[in-house]
Design a binder for this molecule. Sequence first.
Ligand code: C2E
Ligand code: CA
Ligand code: CA
Length: 316
Amino acid sequence: AVYPDSAATPHALLQMADVAMYRAKTDGRGIFKVYSPEMGNKMRRYHYLLEEMRLAIACENFYLSFQPIVHVENCTIDYFEALTRWDHPVEGAIAPAEFIPIAEESNLILELGDWILLESCRQMSAWYNAGMKKVKISVNISGIQLKHRAVYDWVMNILAKTGLPASALMLEITESTLITASKHIIQQLEKLRASGVTIAIDDFGTGFSSLSTLADLPIDVIKLDRLFIAQANSNPKYNEILHSISELGHKLGLKIVAEGVEEFAQFELVKSMGIRSVQGYLVSHPESSVNVGHKVLQDNINFMAATGTGVWNIQR
Ligand code: C2E
Ligand code: CA
Ligand code: CA
């Protein structure tokens, strides 16, 4: 931090130097950083949101939204991804892309994540009892949770508490978390799979794992990152990669889900590659539980009783 540009008093100057040091640490240690006002803003925002998040957990200002993942052939619902929403009393909606990393860095994700899994299973249990016997709820789990929770017991306890069968739960773990997970964590996930829980590798294609590692991971589902879907129609290379992943996935007996399908052309493309499940704004934005109830449970009872799932009508 440099006088007088960074700060006008010795005390403030030291504080700004501290901000720069903090930034250097988070950007990867062993480097130096020169203070800039943008750094200060980022730091203030971080601490502000951290405090607000503590309050929000206590006041239950979080809620879940649900995005359906459907079969390409008939739009029957395969599962719902639970996505966390934060309704801040002053700021309005704060995006998960902003608050989840802060929750992870501060370990608040542990407390928040307990609520997320419990609430997701509670909601799915209600839908299950209403007839959605073949539908799963899919919950995003962060690497911090895998490290600090005794994962097997943690998940099984919540399933028992909410009365949800293990077969109705899926956990989404990002590729980068899975490929760096310890042996112990992988064993815990294997145990969960053996009990009937489904494991998905999320944002696949962004974590730089080689395709061969897929065979060794404890997974059932590959969620292809939306980067591939966004590029595939215009970039032949992405199209080729998409094709290879789809082929290999099938050979390994893994189910493949295409994320971020926004256009009909993308829907047709992934369908032509043999991908059976899609998620994206074309099908539906994430919806409140009330809207899901209206859409799936009403007028659908007979179909659901016969099939264990509902149809998600796409509005075009
Ligand atoms: P994600 O797990 O990859 O979740 C999918 C994100 O893509 C969601 O954003 C969803 O709203 C968005 N999305 C769905 N369809 C489309 C589409 O067609 N186009 C585009 N552009 N986006 C689409 P969201 O809800 O903002 O969440 C962002 C990320 O925050 C998630 O990415 C996930 O990494 C994290 N996140 C959200 N909720 C949770 C949670 O409960 N726990 C944890 N650990 N992470 C969460
Ligand atoms: Ca996800
Ligand atoms: Ca994803």
